[in-house]
Design a protein around this ligand. Structure first.
Ligand SMILES: C[S@@+](CC[C@H](N)C(=O)[O-])C[C@H]1O[C@@H](n2cnc3c(N)ncnc32)[C@H](O)[C@@H]1O
Ligand code: SF4
Length: 370
């Protein structure tokens, strides 16, 4: 009998929020549409059956989980009963955790309760990711967040007070940055007092229908903000280990590293995307019911994705991943301060991360002409 392939990473999407922020493109609904989350839980149970059959048909079986990540939406709304529901679902699948595992839950500062989070922790959550975006109340208002600045500090006090392992999300390039003279250094100095193990700093991405589109800062502002953040966080001992992510050494997000390293990461929940590495299958759940769309990557598509993902993280890539002659390009990047070349591998610097898309274009042109 051929040996089964194993899955030890799972992403679960919780698609509800108390209020919808004006910039956000994630799949979500207002929680008042399904106040007890029973519609969601029924759909998830159906998805789980479909998914188990799909995994098995492709030669996979669950192993003990190394990582579980509940994102959204706002999973911290899924309180005590949600924690029990998920524990039952995992038990039904006969899935437990490895001795060393990471179980992350996203939290919105205006949408959590102590009892809810305690129940999640009793079922294994050992890492939280807080959506903060900015510590300046003007921006919290502009972004139309559901909470106020006091909720943010109350949440930070809770996590720091209990010495929990947590990450924080901030956004850069916010509308009215110039008008309100956003001072990212001050915000970072403030957040670092709460000792997060990890920080994500995303450049705001919106389309031209965005209500504050005209008030977005220019490229130059965003570049300066991004590079300033990278410099400050490095000075404070955080590694810039992915384009938008910084961690104290050893406290990187294992789940997200599995994704960037193109390992198998299963997914459940509307709009969630999973990847089966050995068979090159990507699947995305529909938002309408327990079905998904399946995509089979060709070898060439896989090779390009391996390059793109590899350059996003500071593992770097072997020069042998590229067509012959790439070394000259990597050396030119090195001289411009965009990359480091060491022992036959290339990895990007913070400045290189900022230019990742244009460097990828350069790679495509080079590969086409080789
Ligand atoms: C699912 S949310 C985090 C949890 C919770 N829903 C919240 O907002 O507090 C994930 C993160 O994605 C980032 N994000 C959302 N929309 C974005 C956008 N349009 N551009 C860049 N980052 C965005 C925010 O930093 C947000 O915290
Ligand atoms: S709370 Fe989070 S997921 Fe919900 S709309 Fe706002 S940014 Fe998006």
């Amino acid at each position: 009998m051929t040996e089964k392939l194993t899955i030890d990473s799972l992403y679960l999407h919780f698609p509800y929020c108390r209020h919808l922020c004006n910039y956000c493109d994630f799949y979500k609904n207002l929680n008042e549409k399904d106040p007890s989350y029973s519609v969601f839980e029924d759909t998830l149970a159906q998805m789980n059956d479909v998914h188990n059959e799909f995994l098995s048909n492709n030669g996979y079986q669950w192993s003990e989980l190394e990582t579980l990540y509940i994102g959204g939406g706002t999973p911290s709304l899924w309180g005590r009963s949600g924690a029990d529901y998920l524990a039952n679902l995992l038990a039904k699948n006969k899935v437990t955790f490895k001795d060393k595992y990471e179980f992350t839950m996203e939290v919105n500062p205006g949408s959590w309760s102590v009892e809810g989070l305690e129940q999640w922790m009793s079922h294994g959550v050992n890492r939280f990711s807080l959506g903060i975006q900015s510590l300046n109340p003007n921006f919290i208002k502009v972004l139309d967040r559901v909470h106020n600045i006091d909720d943010v500090y109350e949440t930070l006090e809770f996590f720091n007070g209990r010495k929990l392992n947590f990450s924080v999300d901030f956004m850069l390039g916010l509308p009215y940055s110039k008008e309100y003279e956003r001072n990212i250094r001050e915000e970072l100095n403030d957040i670092l007092k709460y000792n997060p193990s990890h920080l994500s700093l995303y450049i705001l991405t919106v389309n031209d229908h965005y209500k504050h589109f005209e008030k977005l800062p220019d490229e130059e502002w965003i570049e300066r903000e991004y590079l300033e953040v990278a410099k400050i966080l490095k000075e404070h001992g955080y590694d810039h280990y992915e384009v938008s992510n910084f961690a104290k050494p050893g406290l990187e997000s294992i789940h997200n590293l599995n994704y960037w390293r193109m390992k198998s990461v299963a997914a459940l929940g509307q709009s969630a995307t999973g990847f089966l590495s050995e068979t090159n299958i990507r699947y995305k759940w529909k938002v309408t019911g327990p079905t998904f769309v399946e995509e089979h990557l060709t070898e060439e598509e896989r090779r390009i994705e391996d390059i793109y993902m590899g350059l996003r993280i500071n593992d770097g890539l072997a020069l042998s991943s590229f067509a012959k002659g790439f070394e000259a390009i990597a050396e030119a990047w090195d001289q411009r301060g965009l990359a480091r070349l060491s022992e036959g591998r290339v990895s990007l610097t913070s400045k290189g991360f900022l230019l990742l898309d244009s460097l990828m274009d350069e790679i495509f042109r080079f590969e086409k002409d080789s």
